[in-house]
Design a protein around this ligand. Sequence first.
Ligand code: AP5
Length: 214
Amino acid sequence: MRLLFLGPPGAGKGTQAIRIADRAGTPHIATGNMLREAVAAETELGLEAKHIMARGELVPDEIVIGMLVDRIAHEDAVAGFVLDGFPRNVSQAEALSHELGDDRELDAAVLIVVDDDEIVRRISGRRTCPNQHVYHVEDQPPQVAGRCDIDGADLFQREDDREEVVRNRLEVYREQTEPLVAFYRAHGLPIHEIDGVGDIDDIELSIASALELA
Ligand code: AP5
């Protein structure tokens, strides 16, 4: 199955995409995570992306498309994948469909819908560990405050989760990423629109049912 997750920052794409990838037995491929790993490793790509990400802008297409194309060429992604955070604009979507060709077409998209006030509330309470495990101080707290349940590392707040940056990320989403919904509709891709407000397990079940993975 080849799926992609769409939706504003903080909608819960990462939270749900990991679960759905697990059900489908495919890799979860998140360009935001890949870029943050590159920033942490201080690679050339990471150094270029760091300040752009901190402002909440999109990293240039030529960097992100190359990175994604390399990743989906790996053997584990040949039969399927769940994309999270890619594509972010129409030129990335066109590059993806060119790369996949006719024999590896996308099967569906999941669009998670959440209003802006809830997004700001969620993002300001998000805490992340260096290995990208995600928590929320109220909704999804770790067992020990400030510590990752999985690897025991200290949790921190992402630099781009400051309120003024979140507002910019929302604007970038509306201008550049939201038009993808019309783009994919026009191309006949099934888009499953899911209410992203509510219990995380219930939302997972709604998505899995829509994709016949329940
Ligand atoms: P990226 O990492 O992709 O960020 P994003 O799309 O802004 O999405 P988020 O990670 O903020 O949110 P999410 O929807 O995954 O929500 P989550 O599950 O964490 O991108 C970051 C940056 O990288 C971009 O700004 C850009 O600079 C760059 N970038 C990445 N890809 C790019 C590309 N293709 N092209 C160019 N640049 C690119 O949930 C959020 C919080 O809510 C968590 O705390 C979670 O615990 C909580 N939560 C989740 N579900 C629920 C629920 N149902 N109820 C209550 N709380 C919930």
